[in-house]
Ligand binder design. Structure first.
Ligand code: ATP
Ligand code: MG
Length: 363
C-alpha cells in the first residue's frame, strides 16, 4: 500500500502564518521529500459553506486566495493534486453512508466542534451540516485512501473520528477503507499558533492573523502591536516568556543563523529569554527581531504570489485538472465502498443470476 497524503483548508479567508507553521510548510517539505506516492490538497469549500451558508460569495472569492497561497508557498501541481471539494460529488455520497456509523452523542463530544459552536454563537441553532462536518471530513480523507494527514492540533478529534468510522465500516462491511494517521508539527509552538492578540488560536474567524499575503508594512505593524507580557511595563521589569506571544512566535519561526544575522548580541533563543526574564530587555527590541525573521520567511512567498496573481486563469486550470484527477480517485473508492455495502446492484451480475435462479425455482 502506498503512502498517501490528504489535507486542506477552508476558503474562509487568506491563509495566515498559523496555517503556514501548522500545516502548509510541512506539506511542502513532505512534497519535496519524495516519500509519498500521492499528495492531495483540498480547498474545502463545501465545509466552509456549513457555517457560511448565507455568504457564498465569501467562499467563492477565497478559493483563489487559498490557491494563490498554496502555490506561493511552494506546493507544486506537478507533485501534488490541488482540488476543490465541492467538485467531487463522491465525497457527499460517502458522507451520507458514514452518517449511519456515527451517533449524535459522539458528534456532540467533539471538543473542537464544541468550541467552534461556542465561537460562532451557534448553541441554539447549529446547522446540521456544520454539526456533521467531522463525518464529511472522514469522507474526504478516506476517499483518497490517505495514510497521513498533516494538520494542526485542532484537527486531532477529526482524525480520531475518521479512524473510528474506518474501523466500524471495515468491521461491518469488510476492509474497504484505510485508517489514517495524523501528522502534527514537531515544534510544540506550531501545534496551535496563538493570534497576535494573545488568544489561543490564530484564526481567520477571529481576525487576529498575520496573513501570508500581508505587505511588509502590514506585517511590521502587526508585530509591533502584538500582545506580550502585560506586566512587563518598564524595560527593567522582569518579563514572562510563557504565554508571551512574541516569544511563542520566535519558538515557531527562529532558525539557525537568525541571531547571527539580526541580533548578534545573543547566541540563541534561550539567552534572549533569560535576559527578558531577568529584566532589562524591552519588547520593542524583541519585536524588531521577530519582524526581521518573519519578513525573511514571507518575502519569497510574497514575490511568488505576485507572479501567480498575474496568471489567474492558470491557477484555475490547475484546480480544474486537480479536481478531475481527484474525482477519478474518489470514484474508485466509492465503487469499492458500494461493493462492500452490497449496493452495487447492477455491477454484480452473479447476484442477478442467482436471484433469477431462485425465482425460476419457485415457478
Ligand atoms: P476557520 O476559522 O475558518 O476555521 P482556520 O484559520 O481555523 O479557519 P482552517 O482552514 O480551519 O483554518 O484550518 C486549516 C489547517 O490549518 C488545519 O490543518 C489547521 O489545523 C491548521 N491551522 C489553522 N489555524 C492554525 C493555528 N493557529 N496554528 C496551527 N495550525 C493551524
Ligand atoms: Mg478551522
Amino acid at each position: 500500500m502506498g503512502k498517501i497524503i490528504l489535507t486542506g483548508d477552508r476558503p474562509t479567508g487568506k491563509l495566515h502564518i498559523g496555517h503556514y507553521v501548522g500545516s502548509l510548510k510541512r506539506r511542502v517539505e513532505l512534497q519535496n521529500s519524495g516519500e509519498f506516492d500521492e499528495i492531495f490538497i483540498m480547498i474545502a469549500d463545501a465545509q466552509a459553506l456549513t457555517d457560511n451558508a448565507d455568504n457564498p460569495e465569501k467562499v467563492r472569492q477565497n478559493i483563489i486566495e487559498v490557491a494563490l497561497d498554496y502555490l506561493s508557498c511552494g506546493l507544486d501541481p506537478k507533485k501534488c493534486t490541488l482540488f476543490i471539494q465541492s467538485q467531487i460529488p463522491q465525497l457527499t455520497e460517502l458522507s451520507f453512508y458514514y452518517m449511519n456509523l456515527v451517533t449524535v452523542s459522539r458528534l456532540q463530544r467533539n471538543p473542537t466542534v464544541k468550541s467552534e459552536i461556542a465561537m460562532r454563537n451557534f448553541e441554539t441553532s447549529i446547522p446540521v451540516g456544520f454539526f456533521t462536518y467531522p463525518i464529511s471530513q472522514a469522507a474526504d480523507i478516506t476517499a483518497f485512501k490517505a495514510t497521513t494527514v498533516p494538520v494542526g492540533e485542532d484537527q486531532e478529534p477529526m482524525i480520531e473520528q475518521t479512524r473510528e468510522i474506518v474501523r466500524k465500516f471495515n468491521s461491518i462491511y469488510g476492509d474497504a477503507l484505510v485508517e489514517p494517521d495524523i501528522l502534527l508539527p514537531d515544534n510544540k509552538a506550531c501545534l496551535r499558533l496563538p493570534g497576535t492578540d494573545g488568544k489561543a488560536k490564530m484564526s481567520k474567524s477571529l481576525g487576529n492573523c498575520i496573513y501570508l499575503s500581508d505587505t511588509e508594512e502590514e506585517v511590521k505593524k502587526k508585530v509591533m502591536s502584538m500582545y506580550t507580557d502585560p506586566n512587563h511595563i518598564q524595560v527593567s521589569d522582569p518579563g514572562q516568556v510563557e504565554g508571551n506571544t512574541v516569544f511563542t512566535y520566535l519558538d515557531a519561526f527562529c532558525k539557525e543563523g537568525d541571531f547571527e544575522k539580526y541580533l548578534p548580541d545573543y547566541k540563541n533563543l534561550d539567552e534572549l529569554k533569560d535576559h527578558y526574564k531577568r529584566g532589562g530587555l524591552g519588547d520593542v527590541k524583541v519585536k524588531r527581531f521577530l519582524n526581521s525573521i518573519l519578513q525573511a520567511e514571507l518575502e519569497p512567498i510574497r514575490q511568488r504570489r505576485k507572479e501567480y496573481e498575474a496568471n489567474i486563469p492558470y491557477v484555475y486550470q490547475v484546480l480544474k485538472e486537480g479536481s478531475q484527477k481527484a474525482e477519478a480517485v474518489a470514484a474508485q473508492t466509492l465503487q469499492g465502498v458500494k461493493e462492500a455495502m452490497k449496493i452495487n446492484y447492477f455491477e454484480d451480475l452473479d447476484f442477478i443470476e442467482e436471484q433469477a435462479r431462485k425465482y425460476k425455482g419457485q415457478e
